[in-house]
Design a protein around this ligand. Structure first.
Ligand SMILES: C[S@@+](CC[C@H](N)C(=O)[O-])C[C@H]1O[C@@H](n2cnc3c(N)ncnc32)[C@H](O)[C@@H]1O
Length: 230
């Protein structure tokens, strides 16, 4: 693994010019080993990538370091319980690999495609996926709207990518019959569902089911709106 991965587990990133504003990487919660099982070493390596080059390349803000495990990596990984080994998952607008990489680590037998249009982010993802040796992950540089007829997913995941309404318009064409959209949303999930009512009907999706995942282990549970294509 790369030098970045081998850096100290508690990386400290200097986010201020005078070195006064230090952000300390959150310690690994005990829950992480349970979620990642045999992939825990790779999950640690991924966190190190995020905390070092991820911050340097501007893919994640230094202020996220004190909550990197809980609010980002584990918050995404808990969605693994909604996936099966036979799924082909498109992670739309993957950015720094969220939620795609934590999910691929938690579900090493499920295939993932990280869809991301920005060149620099794709380059970072490529290096990280290679470094972690993730054989169940492929990266596609594209806008999801341009993938119709090229990729078909049984599940599409998306976090912090547009409103639910826009996601439905973009993503439904790349879902196979019975395919599911799993939209990771915050407290606004019910409002977004109301606003997406017409799109849900137009694209013939089932009424959304909202899952709250992470139980008591995560301070803020992960809310996922699940919609299925008829
Ligand atoms: C706010 S970031 C979220 C990144 C990541 N999902 C996360 O939770 O940290 C939104 C991402 O969506 C990507 N994006 C924007 N338009 C897109 C499109 N049309 N198709 C796929 N991805 C898109 C952006 O390049 C960016 O990486």
């Amino acid at each position: 693994m790369s030098d970045a991965v081998n850096r100290e587990a508690n990386a400290v990133v200097d986010s201020g010019a005078d070195g006064a504003d230090l952000e300390v990487l959150e310690s690994e919660p005990a829950f992480a080993a349970e979620v990642f099982g045999s992939s825990i070493e790779k999950a640690r390596a991924y966190v190190q990538h995020l905390a070092t080059t991820g911050v340097e390349w501007g893919l994640i803000g230094p202020r996220e370091l004190p909550r990197l495990w809980t609010r980002h990596v584990l918050n995404c990984a808990v969605v693994a319980e909604l996936l099966g080994d036979d799924d082909v998952v498109g992670d739309i607008g993957s950015g720094a690999g969220l939620p795609g990489i934590p999910l691929a680590l938690a579900r090493p037998h499920t295939r993932f495609v990280l869809v991301e249009p920005m060149e620099r982010r794709v380059e970072w993802l490529t290096r990280v996926v290679e470094d972690l040796g993730l054989e169940n992950v492929r990266i596609v540089r594209a806008r999801v709207e341009d993938l119709e007829d090229e990729e078909i997913f049984s599940v599409a995941t998306a976090r912090a990518v547009k409103s639910l309404q826009v996601l439905i318009e973009w993503v439904t064409p790349v879902l196979g019959p019975g395919g599911r959209l799993l939209a990771l949303k915050g407290a606004s999930v019910q409002d977004e569902i109301v606003k997406a009512k017409r799109a849900i009907k137009r694209f013939k999706l089932t009424q959304p089911v909202v899952h709250e995942l992470g139980g008591t282990a995560l301070e803020v549970p992960t809310r996922v709106a699940e919609l299925r294509r008829h």
